[in-house]
Design a protein around this ligand. Structure first.
Ligand code: HEM
Length: 421
């Protein structure tokens, strides 16, 4: 048999393997990862397109601590849309300077205010629907509240909420959920990027005028804080950098938060005992305890099965152990934070719902160089949204999460008995 015939015969097989793998990742991720984690924890599939999986807790951390080896693959989708951005590049000025500056204007001391803001925004979204005795969480709350927070806290209100939601969806779709590089999805992302830049080009001078008239405004939003700061020319943090980083707050915080909200609720509704505990924490305004319930619930269905990287040069993972594996340069590497958070070698009773796990067991916000810029905000925003919903009397699930064939939850309906007091 000629090698040409063999290659042709192999092509459908490879397609079938890729399709089966994708089906498992979408439908039975925990089964797939448990098998890989226990049998071949750093599994390298053959061929140009076959990815490598990293699935154990310590190996996931090892890989994410080495951005010079495991590179983010997002630049081709991010750079032409929002500009050169921290998540599109590894170990560059965008990670060091931009992230440092952004961290300095998104402060922990703001978080009490963020909690109150989210509480108000959620009530404003839910209260007009109370007479209906049921709400679609996605349509009413989980997408709207983060976008309104982007307006009020990050200082990027957009022309209207519908446009912001379109920008958020279009950018996330292409940047993180377009493995086949569909052109329409990519073009929608580019269009969103152009529109965001055009909006900010008008909006930033308006903010500057506002600031000139009220320089002592204490509760300045994140954009205003950036505009109030003066960076010498050598720092090179100009208005274009501000624009990109502010766009990044909308891209980063929209669909991620929405997905997390509905997936947390769904996991709680599956577990009556834990649901009762979470409702009690919500009613007692015990934010820390509710945060524990939320982070643990999300562990059973986190927003991503893995973060994706490209291996820049041959690298041996878990060197010196029986599971050590060399990953070749050029391989796509699926670093499974989902699997790591179920690794019983590190997490005691990994399949049980426990609300007293240490913070380091969770990787919902990523790990290492690209740890989420909105981690503190999310730590507050998610429980605050969930709290308002769990305080609804007799709250229950009406219909499961419906992604309507796309990558994001599009509908999740919950019901309640009578209007909250
Ligand atoms: C529940 C909500 C959120 C989740 C689950 C989440 C998750 C993540 C994850 C897993 C990463 C790392 C991706 C990777 O390593 O490939 C990340 C990065 C990032 N997130 Fe979030 N995120 C959330 C909310 C937000 C919010 C509210 C913002 C707004 C500031 C934001 C902005 C970012 C940015 C700018 C990065 C890139 C950081 C870097 O490259 O250094 N995220 N997020």
């Amino acid at each position: 048999m000629s090698s040409e015939t063999t290659a042709q015969d192999d092509a459908p097989k490879k397609g079938a393997v890729a399709r089966a793998l994708r089906w498992m990742i979408d439908n039975k991720p925990d089964l797939l990862f448990a098998v890989i984690r226990n049998i071949r924890p750093n599994l390298v599939l053959p061929g140009k397109d076959g990815p490598a999986f990293i699935t154990r807790f310590h190996d996931v951390r090892e890989a994410l601590e080495r951005p010079e080896i495991f590179n983010v693959p997002y630049a081709p989708m991010m750079d032409p849309s929002v500009g050169e951005f921290m998540l599109g590049h590894d170990d560059t000025v965008y990670n060091q300077r931009d992230k440092g500056i952004m961290r300095s204007v998104i402060q922990r001391k703001d978080m009490d205010g963020v909690r109150k803001m989210v509480d108000r925004l959620t009530r404003e979204a839910v209260d007009p629907q109370l007479h209906k005795r049921q709400i679609d969480v996605v349509a009413t709350v989980s997408r709207h509240v983060p976008m309104r927070l982007t307006g009020e806290y990050f200082g990027f209100p957009g022309p209207d909420i519908e446009t912001m939601l379109r920008w958020s969806r279009a950018t996330q779709h292409d940047m993180f959920h377009n493995p086949d590089k569909n052109k329409d999805i990519h073009n929608a992302n580019l269009k969103a990027g152009l529109e965001m830049k055009a909006f900010l080009k008008d909006w930033i001078p308006q903010c500057r005028t506002r600031l000139a008239n009220a320089p002592a405004t204490e509760n300045a939003d994140v954009l205003c804080r950036l505009l109030k700061s003066s960076f010498p020319k050598e720092i090179d943090f100009d208005e274009q950098r501000i624009t990109t980083n502010i766009m990044g707050t909308l891209v980063g915080g929209g669909e991620t938060t929405s997905q997390a909200v509905v997936q947390i609720l769904e996991q709680l509704f599956k577990r009556p005992e834990q649901l009762a505990g979470a409702i009690a924490a919500a009613k007692a305004n015990d934010d820390e305890l509710l945060y524990n319930y939320c982070w643990e619930a999300l562990r059973f269905n986190p927003i991503n099965p893995f973060v994706v990287r490209t291996c820049a040069r041959d690298y041996k993972v878990a060197s010196g152990t029986f599971r050590s594996t060399t990953i070749k340069a050029g391989k796509t590497v699926l670093i499974s934070t989902r699997s790591a958070m179920r690794d019983g070698r590190v997490l005691p009773a990994a399949n049980d719902f426990c609300i007293d796990r240490p913070a380091y067991h969770y990787m919902h916000m990523g790990y290492g160089m690209h740890t989420c810029l909105g981690d503190q905000v999310s730590r507050v925003q998610l429980p605050a949204i969930i709290k308002c919903l769990l305080q609804l009397p007799g709250v229950h699930e009406v219909s499961p999460i419906d992604k309507k064939g796309g990558p994001f939850p599009e509908s999740y309906v919950i019901g309640f008995d009578s209007p909250a007091v």
